[in-house]
Write a protein that binds this ligand. Structure first.
Ligand code: DX5
Ligand code: ZN
Length: 216
C-alpha cells in the first residue's frame, strides 16, 4: 500500500487559501490536514470553524481535522458540518475517550486519537478496536516547522504491533517535522499516513514535493 500524504494547511498562505487548496486538489495528496488550536490545550491559536468551511468549499479531498482543543465534544458536530471526514481528538484532552469516539462515528466521520510525544501507546490498549486512525505527534503540538522527535520510530513500531496483535483496522498517522529523510524510515516502521506542513508549503515546488513523499 503506498503511503498516504496529508499536507497541513497550517503552513499554507491563508490569504490565498483557494489557490492553495486547488494546488492540493491537483496533487497526489490523499487528505487535507486541518490543524485547530485553541490557545489553551496548545500555546497557539490557529483558526476555527469558518475557515474550515472555507477550505471545504474548495477541497476535493477529505478533510483530516486535528483538534488541539480542550473538551472537544462540544465542537464535534460543528466540525462535521464544516466538512470533516476524519476528526482526531487528543487523548490528553478527553475525560471519556471511548464516548467521544462513538460520538464522532455517529456523526459519520472516521474517529482519530492524537497522542502527544510523552503519551504512552499502552493507553490505547483498551480502545484500539474503536479507533480508525492514531495520530502520533512527532513534535509537541502547537506550531509548524518544529524538529522531528526521534523516539517516534519506537512508538510507531509499538503501535503497529498493538494493532496487529489485536487485529484492529487502525491507520497510523505521523504529525510534525516530516521530511524526505524521516519519511522512508517512518514508512518502514509501519506508518500509513504522513502529515507534512512546512516541508510541502515552503518547498519551491509543493506539487513535486508531495509526489516525492508519496513515492518514497
Ligand atoms: C502541529 C500540527 C502539525 C503541523 C505540522 O501542532 O499538528 O500538523 O502543522 O507542521 P510541520 O510539518 O511543519 O511540522
Ligand atoms: Zn496536526
Amino acid at each position: 500500500m503506498p503511503i498516504k500524504i496529508a499536507p497541513s494547511v497550517l503552513a499554507s498562505d491563508f490569504a490565498n487559501i483557494q489557490s492553495e487548496i486547488e494546488m492540493l486538489n491537483a496533487s497526489e495528496a490523499d487528505y487535507i490536514h486541518v490543524d485547530i488550536m485553541d490557545g489553551v490545550f496548545v500555546p497557539n491559536i490557529s483558526f476555527g470553524i469558518p475557515v474550515t468551511e472555507a477550505i471545504n468549499k474548495h477541497a476535493k479531498k477529505p478533510l483530516d481535522v486535528h483538534l488541539m482543543i480542550i473538551d472537544p465534544d462540544r465542537y464535534l458536530e460543528a466540525f462535521k458540518k464544516a466538512g470533516a471526514g476524519i476528526i482526531s481528538v487528543h487523548l490528553e484532552a478527553c475525560n471519556h475517550l471511548h464516548r467521544t469516539l462513538q460520538a464522532i462515528k455517529e456523526l459519520g466521520c472516521k474517529a482519530g486519537v492524537a497522542l502527544n510525544p510523552h503519551t504512552s501507546i499502552h493507553l490505547l490498549e483498551d480502545v484500539i478496536m474503536d479507533i480508525d486512525l492514531v495520530c502520533l505527534m512527532s513534535v509537541n503540538p502547537g506550531f509548524g516547522g518544529q524538529k522531528f522527535i526521534e523516539n517516534t520510530y519506537h512508538k510507531v513500531r509499538q503501535l503497529k504491533s498493538l494493532i496487529t496483535e489485536k487485529g484492529a483496522n487502525t491507520m497510523i498517522e505521523i504529525d510534525g517535522g516530516v521530511n524526505q529523510i524521516n519519511a522512508p524510515l517512518l514508512q518502514e516502521a509501519g506508518a500509513d499516513v504522513l502529515v507534512a506542513g512546512s516541508f510541502v508549503f515552503s518547498a519551491e515546488n509543493p506539487l513535486e514535493t508531495i509526489r516525492s513523499l508519496k513515492n518514497i
